[in-house]
Design a protein around this ligand. Structure first.
Ligand SMILES: [Zn+2]
Ligand SMILES: [Zn+2]
Length: 105
């Protein structure tokens, strides 16, 4: 993931359009103002004090939140597999024994 730059000149068309530039571009092609590190989330355009960062604190928190939710969905899927094993187990004793072996592993 590459960082992005934005034009800090509020009068500039690039700034108004929230145009993101590659980190390799140093000056705004519209107005010539030195570009500054900006949050790379589309439409955010928050200028960053620390140009080693790629997202502003708000978008970074949102992203962390999404990762957390993904983990929870993964845990729920694991629970569904356990339930499926339980359903198979009711089909017969042999299968029941097999299911208990799976649980031990
Ligand atoms: Zn500009
Ligand atoms: Zn942001």
């Amino acid at each position: 993931m590459n960082s992005a730059k934005g034009c800090p000149n509020s009068e500039c068309a690039a700034h108004k359009k929230k145009t993101l530039f590659k980190s390799s571009i140093n000056y705004c092609p519209e107005c010539g103002t030195k570009l500054a590190a900006v949050c790379k989330i589309k439409g955010c355009y928050t200028f960053l004090n620390d140009d080693s960062k790629k997202l502003c604190a708000r978008c970074d928190a949102k992203r962390a939140d999404r990762i957390d939710k993904t983990k929870k969905v993964g845990a729920a899927a694991g629970g569904a597999i356990v339930t499926a094993v339980g359903i198979i187990a009711t089909a017969g004793e042999d299968v029941l024994q097999l299911a208990s072996k799976i649980k031990k592993n």
